[in-house]
Design a protein around this ligand. Sequence first.
Ligand SMILES: [Zn+2]
Length: 198
Amino acid sequence: MQEPISEVNLSSIDLDWNGAIAFLDRDGVLNYGSPNYINSPDELEVIPGAKEAIDDLRKMGYRIAITTNQSAIMRGLWQKDTIHAIHKKLQEIVGPIDVIMTCPHRNRDRCGCRKPMPGMLNQASQIIRGLTHPIPDWWGDKPKSHHHLDLMVGDRNSDMGAGWAVGARLFQVDEKIGIRQVIERIKQNDEGDDFRPT
Ligand SMILES: [Zn+2]
């Protein structure tokens, strides 16, 4: 398995699209994370304010792509059907998400999708608007985004790195607060956090 797992709902989502994509990490942004992974729908607890933030993004016209590293899969803890069950419950709470990309790999699998690599963001962008980015020069200038409002919300530097690699505005949050920490800044079209890959 070299590819990320993709779940696509575009056909069920009817909205006026502004052309931009909101790339969101999952654990620590929409639901509370755990050092032992989220292993079942029962363990999924949505962070207060996450549903309202998703609603706000939709009203602003964003399409939404969740990109989540879940190496528990390649560690053999559970299978794809578990991820589908968890994401079914997540969407029952926060509403439908256009594209959900899950990287099942560990560092040693050396895939192109485990953040900070931008593979999941690129595949979501390909599905949503038929555009991807080249592999970035991590020591060079920040790449240019396909839309000036593209954004990435995450709690880790690896999220910021993946967003940087596709030129997105970057919003880093505390894992206990999640996306509600930055939604007002997003509504004001804030240019996002400064970040340099290291
Ligand atoms: Zn991967």
